[in-house]
Design a protein around this ligand. Structure first.
Ligand code: PHE
Length: 345
């Protein structure tokens, strides 16, 4: 009986030819493991008669040696295979290519704007994207019936009686309010960030976009300071010789208010598709901070004056890179994203 089994196992061992180290390990467990076949045969051996012990003892020991030798041989051949493949590594070959990402055009523009204003001594301030009515509207002098407070324009999270409303901020002017409330003038800061408006998504409008707003409050700040600061900004951003013009406008939180145009960055003012053949493109809104807003934020409007401005980063990027569809900024299409300069850090 035992002899038959051993013959069968011997044949199996001789024929065994594993394809990988895992198969060899299965073999080891099957024959040489603590619950393996050899252990089992030795258990059976205990029960055979003493005459048989003499012959089977020898047979069994030979069988065990066979299994051990086979395992060891195979193990060595696998080891040397691994070592051989290691010694074949050619260190002179060029390395694998790895993909380096590129900065998103909005990040490029934001970083550039921040750099320019930092050189003028502006700091960078941030605030929450979920805002209350006070910081987004009331403190900024929005009258109660102002259309921006309408459901059509703002994403309300909670709409109550105006005062308790909670909404996704519609501009980063809310960060200006927080800054003025929590600090003491002078203030000189820019506020980059994402803002939300309830617009149908198309090539020209989106329900979220990015702004950089700015605030400068001190004693004796005038409209001339506003003009010179923004003029300098534009020369840095779009190059020396870029012209600017201010058109009167209206914002609840500034008085007087203006919109600033620059000479078209694409055609330099001679007229093209981008500027609708006018030679000018609008890039930002600005104005002198309304004394009501200063008072709302606990700043003495008889001592301090200041200016504020706000621009859409998508618009600035548009004029730099000629991106005609706003949706491209948020669709993560690699064919679009890969076209922008890669910064290697
Ligand atoms: N908050 C305005 C907007 O979102 C921009 C602005 C900021 C205008 C500061 C004037 C002064 O359109």
């Amino acid at each position: 009986m035992m002899q038959d089994q051993i013959d069968q196992y011997t044949a199996e061992i001789n024929a065994f030819s594993p394809a990988n180290a895992d198969e060899l390990e299965t073999f080891r467990i099957k024959f040489l493991g603590t619950k393996g076949i050899i252990k089992d045969l030795f258990e059976q051996f205990k029960t055979v008669s003493s005459e048989e012990k003499r012959t089977f003892g020898k047979v069994l020991n030979q069988f065990k040696q066979l299994a051990e030798a086979k395992h060891q041989d195979l193990q060595e051949s696998f080891k040397s295979e691994v070592e051989n493949s290691k010694s074949e590594i050619d260190l002179t070959l060029p390395g694998d290519n790895f993909q380096v990402g590129s900065r998103h055009p909005l990040s490029l523009v934001r970083n550039e704007i921040i750099d320019i204003f930092k050189r003028l001594g502006f700091t960078v301030a941030e605030g929450p994207e979920i805002e209350d009515d006070w910081h987004n509207f009331s403190a900024l002098n929005f009258p109660e019936e102002h259309p921006a407070r309408d459901m059509q324009d703002t994403f309300f999270i909670k709409k109550n009686n105006g005062k308790d409303d909670i909404a996704l901020r519609t501009h980063t002017s809310s960060v200006q309010v927080r800054m003025m409330e929590n600090g003491k003038p002078p203030f000189r800061a820019i506020m980059p960030g994402r803002v939300y408006r309830n617009e149908a998504i198309s090539a020209r409008a989106h329900c979220f976009f990015h702004q950089v707003e700015g605030l400068y409050i001190d004693e004796n700040v005038s409209f001339a300071d506003l003009k010179q600061t923004l003029y300098h900004f534009v020369q840095e951003l779009y190059g020396e010789g870029t012209k600017v013009r201010f058109r009167p406008s209206y914002f609840p939180f500034t008085e007087p208010s203006a919109e600033m145009d620059v000479s078209c960055t694409i055609c330099k003012g001679s007229g093209c598709n981008m500027c609708k053949y006018s030679g000018w493109v609008e890039i930002l809104g600005c104005g002198m901070v309304d004394p009501n807003v200063l008072e709302n934020c606990g700043i003495d409007s008889k001592v301090y004056t200041g200016f504020a401005f706000g621009m859409g980063m998508e618009r600035i990027a548009n004029l730099k890179y000629v991106i005609r569809d706003l949706r491209l900024f948020s669709e993560n299409d690699e064919r679009f994203l890969k076209q922008f300069q890669t910064e290697i850090i």
